[in-house]
Design a protein around this ligand. Sequence first.
Ligand code: DGL
Length: 271
Amino acid sequence: MTIQYIGMKIGVVDSGVGGFSVLTELYKLMPAEQYYYLSDQDHAPYGNKDTDFLVKRLHLLTNELLAEQVDLIVVACHTATAQAIESLRQTFELPFVGIEPYLNVLNTQADKSENYVVLVTETTANSDRFLKLKQRLDPAALINIFACKNLASLIESYFHDEISLKDFNDGLERELELVLELKKSLPNLGTAILGCTHYPLIQKQIEDATQLKTVFPGAAIALRAQERLRSLFAYSAPTSPKTAGFHYRRRVDDSWQYKPWNYLQKVSDIG
Ligand code: DGL
């Protein structure tokens, strides 16, 4: 008799589709688990919300996922991690894995004179947690902070077919205009750190428009989640069969839908 592996239950949250960039990496690394992706479309974007609001929303999303008996939650949103992860860890017993802008790229590059730009939401840019991280990892101030006002919303609308490709491209050009200005004044600017999970969904478009390399820690976050599962639950990380389930709720008031994995493919169709 073969015993079927049922899978760990992993919750993933974001304001919208941005967390798909992390979910993709989780699925690649752990293709036999059950994923519960809960987004908060009615309150997106998160990138212009304050701490109190985000803490309340993240507590609510966590309770929704607890009702599904998830074993771990990945906060696949830089903004929510910056504002709410401490409160989540203090309040709930289950493990949380968050995501922060990959400023540590500084320590991985051979060229020590290279300049960087980190693209983040306004709320992340002004958060204590991010500014402390920046102070600690970038004392020589090689990284320029750039808050993108509407980029996450633009990506969200395009993903859901709410705007045309032309409007998307025009919006993207407007959003990145100032990055191009910055590039003119900083000849050593070579890399853009994607500090919002929505941005890797259009990684290629950002690279083409800015002629900068981009970095994103999605794969490292998946590894971290795997490590946490291993240490907490004697989890053995099966890599087959590829039986992972993708349960999706776009809004808190929706009911769970079971989605095929190629739903995420739509992301690579953007642009
Ligand atoms: N994807 C989220 C982040 O990583 C939130 C974007 C938004 O809703 O503004 O910051």
